[in-house]
Design a protein around this ligand. Structure first.
Ligand SMILES: *Cc1c(COP(=O)(O)O)cnc(C)c1O
Length: 476
């Protein structure tokens, strides 16, 4: 399988060539040259497979430059009951992503049972093992530099801890994450993990990452890499659980399922789009946003209007607080018939700080064929939904999942199962759970008391040179 850039780069790399990088050299995002198709026979054979075996079947369609036996060892090491042990009482951790039925035809797909209790583990854990494998083969090292406001940083650190050839430098805004999130990251004892708290906001952290990455000489000398959500391998790994969820919610291959996905950077739901393009019988992809509704606006109107950073709301579903959706270009590439010239045009507008409108173009008319519908949720909706799901089903959900449940209810259709992707556990957002339910969320046993563990973090001003000096210091 070869990969193409959404902006038309024609070097046609393979999977391992793009694994360690971020953007394509032309500024676009990579996608497979064509989507591999699943046959009815494959669907029939895959239905009963355990998660790791299913992952191997799907990933083999995207990864043709790692021998099957090596890839099998990697997925077997990644998707273990031990790593995904944080499931609800009575569920089988070996399912990796168990399906919880709230009422007939309405389900939660639990994606947050991994080491950091958010769905980002599903892909990041695989990425950690793939990185180690490819770096070892090539005798190379990498320094991952990232910025986080919470979930991404901890998922990356837990995935990369102790990995040969990998160091992580993770910037976070000093004092702005929850005590639980700080403890998750800062208490890791591994010598290849470096936490840097920046006196500033998340955007200051992000700007430093960009400045360091734009210094081509420094980037090359210190082998700076990224694991942000535009990484193709992360999207590919997320395709797997759409298949898994579809099998769990159906009895036969003719049945359709709709998925509702709480969305920020469009990474998670982009994987759903790809599963649908591969032939998985997905009826609708229901996209849920919070108050930051740039994507809801697009799917309702055809207008994509990225917000200014200052226009981004700080909400109680913080992992969806985005001003523009970094993976969205992948979908638009397909929507415009994979014409890179059109994508270049549209993103020239986006990058100059303006918007684009597909209304009146043939692309707007094609939109319904891709199955997307959307909706938004507010803080009040979130509280009401958490309360309702608790009272009605005795199931506690986090704030992001609540946004999705709210929007999913608006798009249910008779006879079509609706699967809501559960993207985090409530314990990560305890303050809002308290507000909604007047009680603390349950905490998995191995997270009891983590706030009291010793923490390792270096606190710095928002200064690019200071961050570079820190990287240099640990690379000696
Ligand atoms: C990252 C994240 C999201 C948003 O996912 P995208 O792939 O950015 O759309 C939703 N919920 C939680 C809990 C997250 O951590």
């Amino acid at each position: 399988m070869r990969y193409v850039s959404t902006r038309g780069n024609d070097d046609r790399p393979e999977f391992c060539d793009i694994l360690l990088g971020g953007l394509a050299p032309d500024g676009g995002l990579y996608l497979p040259e064509r989507y591999p198709q699943v046959t009815a026979a494959e669907l029939a054979e895959w239905r009963e497979l355990p998660y790791a075996a299913l992952a191997l079947r799907i990933l083999q369609k995207f990864i043709t430059d790692i021998p099957a036996c090596d890839l099998k060892a990697i997925v077997d090491r990644t998707y273990t009951a031990r790593a995904y042990s944080h499931c609800r009482p009575g569920r089988d951790a070996g399912d990796i992503t168990p399906l919880t039925t709230l009422e007939p035809g309405f389900h939660l797909l639990e994606l947050s049972n991994g080491p950091t209790l958010a769905f980002k583990d599903m892909a990041m854990q695989l990425l950690g093992n793939l990185f180690e494998y490819v770096l070892d083969k090539r005798g190379e090292e990498i320094n991952i530099l990232g910025a986080t406001s919470g979930d991404t940083g901890s998922a990356a650190e837990y995935a990369m801890r102790g990995k040969h050839g990998v160091r992580v430098f993770m910037l976070s805004p000093d004092g702005r994450m929850s005590a639980f999130q700080r403890a998750q990251m800062y208490s890791l004892p591994d010598s290849n993990i470096h936490n840097i708290a920046i006196r500033g906001m998340f955007d200051d952290c992000q700007d430093i990452v960009k400045a360091v990455s734009n210094d081509a000489a420094f980037k090359a000398k210190y082998k700076i890499g990224a694991v942000n959500s535009i990484n193709w391998a992360r999207v590919a790994a997320q395709v797997i659980y759409y298949f898994k969820g579809w099998f769990e919610a159906t009895q036969s291959n003719e049945q359709q399922v709709s998925f509702c996905v709480p969305s920020g950077n469009f990474g998670n739901i982009c994987a759903g789009h790809i599963a649908r393009m591969m032939g998985l019988p997905i009826r609708r992809l229901v996209l849920a946003t919070n108050e930051n509704d740039v994507l809801d606006e697009f799917f309702r109107t055809g207008i994509y209007r990225p917000r200014k950073t200052a226009e981004t709301y700080v909400t109680s579903s913080p992992s969806m607080d985005i001003s523009k959706a970094s993976n969205f270009e992948r979908f638009v590439f397909d929507l415009v018939g994979r014409d890179p010239a059109v994508v270049r045009d549209l993103w020239a507008k986006v990058e100059s700080g303006s918007s684009f409108d597909l209304g009146g173009t043939p692309f707007k008319a094609r939109l319904p064929g891709f199955g997307f519908v959307s909706g938004r949720s507010s803080h009040a909706d979130r509280l009401a939904t958490i309360r309702d799901v608790w009272q009605r089903y005795h199931t506690m959900i986090d704030t992001h999942t609540a946004d999705a449940v709210k929007v999913a209810r608006e798009h249910r259709e008779p006879g079509i199962p609706m699967v809501v992707l559960e993207t985090a556990q409530p314990v990560k957002f305890a303050e809002t759970i308290q507000e909604a339910l007047g009680r603390d969320p349950l905490r998995p046993a191995d997270f009891v008391g983590i706030e009291d563990l010793p923490q390792r973090v270096e606190i710095m001003d928002a200064d690019v040179e200071a961050v570079k000096a820190c990287i240099v210091k640990f690379c000696r």
